[in-house]
Design a protein. Structure first.
Length: 156
């Protein structure tokens, strides 16, 4: 959980994040109490392609990359870069599915991480907040799908 002394270090502008677009101030404050704050060094791996998932990450500082294995090319492809203000993990959040990419830290990062236990707390104890949060997750997935469609269209 984020300790009150860390609140000043959490400068994430949640109002501009698609994930929190349907949330209220009280929802964000609750998210801060449930999420875990951590600092991760450059070169660290947050999850590996094929690994089970369930964590949602808000990038407060630094940068992350989602990398996909490409056996035919012999080198990984960078699928996405996540800079401060971004969120990642919503595709399999609260789902036993497997990650489709490896998520690695490119530049020392400050993160807020919502683990499945925190999501369960939201769902069980704060259902209205959970509904707004999951609506935002669906909106974020829609936003990313539209971005992917635009990028795909440039290939043809």
């Amino acid at each position: 959980m984020v300790e009150s002394s860390l609140f000043s270090r959490v400068d994430f502008d949640w109002r501009n994040s698609p994930l929190f677009s349907f949330c209220e101030n009280s929802d964000w404050e609750l998210f801060l109490r449930i999420a875990e704050f951590c600092e991760v060094s450059s070169g660290s791996q947050l999850w590996a392609e094929g690994e089970g998932g369930g964590r949602l990450i808000c990038v407060l500082g630094g940068s992350l990359e989602a990398v996909k294995k490409t056996p035919d090319w012999g080198k990984p492809v960078i699928m996405a870069e996540f800079l401060p203000g971004a969120t990642v993990g919503e595709l399999i959040f609260d789902d036993p599915g497997q990650h489709s990419t490896t998520l690695q830290v490119v530049k020392d990062a400050r993160l807020l991480i919502l683990e499945p236990e925190g999501a369960a707390t939201l769902l069980n104890d704060f259902p209205a907040t959970a509904a707004r949060f999951w609506r935002g997750a669906a909106y974020l997935q829609q936003f990313r799908l539209r971005q992917a469609n635009s990028r795909l269209a440039t290939l043809f």
